[in-house]
Design a binder for this molecule. Sequence first.
Ligand code: 0X9
Ligand code: ZN
Length: 413
Amino acid sequence: MNIITTVLVLTACCYHISADDKVRYDNFKVYRVVPKSNEAVEILRALEESDNVYDFWTEVKGVGHPVDIMVAPHLKYRFSDALAGSQFDVEEYISDVQKLIDNENPKAGRAVGLEWSSYHTLDEINQWLRDLASTYSQVSLIAAGRSYQGRDILGVKVSFKSGNQDRTVFIESNIHAREWISSAVSTYILNELLTSQDSNVRQIAESHDWIFVPIFNPDGFVYSHTTDRMWRKTRTPYSTCAGADPNRNWGYHFNEGGTSSSPCSETYRGPYAFSELSTNTLSEYIGTVAPQLRAYIAFHSYSQLLLLPYGYSAAHQDNYNDLYSVGVKAASSLAQRYNTRFQVGNIVEVLYVASGGSMDWVKGTFGTPITYTYELRDTGRYGFILPANQIIPSGQETLDSLVTILQEFDKIL
Ligand code: 0X9
Ligand code: ZN
């Protein structure tokens, strides 16, 4: 890194911290950039690699594929210079990230227990899990792992009757800290399984055992609440920056593309597979239940995608055909309620190469039959800062699709 870049990185990371020690995003913009040539794709890749000067909300895939990039106000002209020429279509998608953050969660802190009209803190979510375990005889608390900063990674197991052990559904969310909608939706679904009177929901609820681990990355999640709303990674300190991408850190085809070796990158894979205490301990826990798993579902945001393994390879492996055809039916169930459109496909084909993901590890290590990763709402209008009034609709439509997935696989498996 030369001196100019160093200064830019330092200013990009630190100058916008406010009196209450929260990183502010006043006048930060998000642009949707479509590269129109191979050279343009390379220019974007170079910008992405330039050590976090810009925050790529979505990653570079290729010619014609849009990329969402957050740009700090003082870098606006540098950014437009870098894209000068006609090789890009550029559209401003978000004009002021801080305004979205300010309006995202208007009812925060007002509720007792969880409700799904606001986003909740780690303490609130964990307290709710503990309360569930003491309220419902079907719910038991589990310690699924531990984080670098010493937090327990809590989850719950739900079992309505014996005999469902070999039909266990594992639900992962918030491995990426800033993707708050992911745990809002998973806890919504958990609550529906316990309380809904809908016959389809009751049917899937009571014919499976369930494991929910809503916050896979508690250190990052807490940091995204207290300090930096846009934090993605863990908080493990590394030489130049904090955090590894916990969805690049799993030990199956680790470091086989779509990851960075730089600790300052949003996709830093970590120094070695399972370097992060959270992924390491979670993988041990998952290993203990893996023989019983029928489904492993991971929730992320955003882009409205239903993704199939693998992230390290575009090859159609294992039961790709079943996953694809059921995925298409699930996307059509999802669309029925609010006309929300999800695209279905292999991670590499739909998104980009991303090796070391949790779903890849589960599928590749244990051959779990049903494996999907959701990229939930929206398609970029709000991106990661989805307003809390979209939690319930997003939860409802996602549950609709999950009903279809489990019922359709009952016909196959
Ligand atoms: O890049 C990712 O990790 C996910 N997208 S996100 O914008 N939420 O960061 C995609 C995950 C795909 N899954 C695997 N690579 N296994
Ligand atoms: Zn994610």
